[in-house]
Write a protein that binds this ligand. Structure first.
Ligand SMILES: Cc1cc2nc3c(=O)[nH]c(=O)nc-3n(C[C@H](O)[C@H](O)[C@H](O)COP(=O)(O)OP(=O)(O)OC[C@H]3O[C@@H](n4cnc5c(N)ncnc54)[C@H](O)[C@@H]3O)c2cc1C
Length: 203
């Protein structure tokens, strides 16, 4: 994965660009030295998405059918399984207790929206200097480390004690960001440049 502006800098065919990019990281190049490519090199733009509806009269949108968020956070399989558990309740209500079906669908919809929302807050900020500083910080105020690991493992449904710590991370994040206003502003500007829409040239 890389910033769109880096892809835009490409002046040669995709496979050569890919090889040049691997070469930028000597450790990776060393590991791939004897590797054999098994397909053409492909490029794709931002592939995160979420649907505006999670269910209809005769369908449910589970897992990736509903949303896909950054694979770096490794939440996809858990979210997919969780949506299947939640979907069962809608199916059961629809078949056995039709009067309860609309409420079951509303609960399902709220649950489907929640996962991507909780993860997205961190995904949008993970490259921010404030967040990087937090990750490198040796301390563990409000047990934020355990809470963050729990959240990244997808443990956000049902009873979990993480929410006060997650609230603390967010409050600290905003306080530290405001306290370092110049750095925050420069990071915001840099991110705007990095994520601006660019056309990736065809290979
Ligand atoms: C590069 C990458 C890395 C990832 N890394 C991680 C990770 O580290 N950890 C993590 O948790 N998640 C990761 N994910 C996300 C994770 O793989 C998905 O979120 C998860 O597999 C979604 O499960 P799903 O059941 O919704 O969809 P899928 O796993 O895509 O299952 C859908 C299935 O339906 C089949 N199908 C499609 N159309 C039809 C049809 N018409 N008839 C019959 N069958 C059909 C497909 O062949 C497929 O087998 C990653 C994704 C990508 C792309």
């Amino acid at each position: 994965m890389c910033w769109p502006h880096y892809l835009k800098s490409r002046t040669k065919p995709l496979d050569a660009f890919f090889a040049d990019t691997v070469a930028l990281c000597p450790e990776l190049a060393a590991r791939l030295r004897d590797a054999e490519r098994v397909s053409e090199v492909d490029a794709t733009g931002n592939y995160s998405y979420s649907s505006s509806v999670s269910s209809g009269a005769r369908y449910l949108m589970l897992g990736d059918a509903y949303a896909f968020i950054d694979p770096v956070f490794s939440s996809g399989v858990y979210l997919a399984m969780q949506s299947a558990f939640a979907g069962v309740e809608v199916v059961e209500a629809t078949l056995d207790r039709p009067a309860a079906a609309p409420a079951a669908r509303r609960r399902f919809d709220a649950l489907m929206k929640r996962g991507p929302r909780e993860f997205s807050w961190f995904i949008f900020r993970v490259t921010n200097p404030t967040m990087r500083e937090f990750f490198m910080h040796p301390g563990n105020p409000f047990r934020v480390k355990e809470a963050l690991v729990s959240l990244l493992a997808g443990d956000i449904y049902g009873k979990t004690p993480i929410w006060p710590s997650i609230f603390a991370i967010k409050a600290l994040y905003y306080m530290v960001s405001i306290g370092n206003f110049g750095r925050t502003f420069r990071a915001w500007q840099r991110r705007r440049v990095n994520i601006r829409d660019v056309e990736v040239p065809a290979s």
